[in-house]
Design a protein. Sequence first.
Length: 158
Amino acid sequence: MMNDEQYMMEAIKEAKKAESIDEVPIGCIIVKNNQIIARSYNQREIRQQSTAHAEILAIEQACQATGSWRLDNCILYVTLEPCPMCAGAILQSRIQRVVYGASDPKGGCLGSCINLYEVAGFNHYPMIEKGILSEICSSLLSDFFKKKRKNKKKKEML
């Protein structure tokens, strides 16, 4: 049986796949009964779809794997704190627990900008565990954007 850090390393592998195709390096896996049932990474640019976030794609896979939209007893591991859309999809799919690496002060909805799961009235609230391997997850993102800025400056100088 793997622990949170080991599962987060699997999400990090997914994030590196995104980076390899010049996507923002965010990765996600979903675990049920100690088995990874879904894995994905950010694909907004390659698909040209605003909803092609790692979490949304992984949730779709998990629903196919389980044959249900209800992902009871599932744990979602993601390298970056979910945005409002993903936090909502997690809520709607009844995922039991969310584990994320890096916080997102510009868009995170599990504590950074707001905590969607503290809003009263929903019929389901996942447990949240934050900061798992946050240094690695944060570095992936900051290194990616540093490279992007450096490449942009190079192009401007030509």
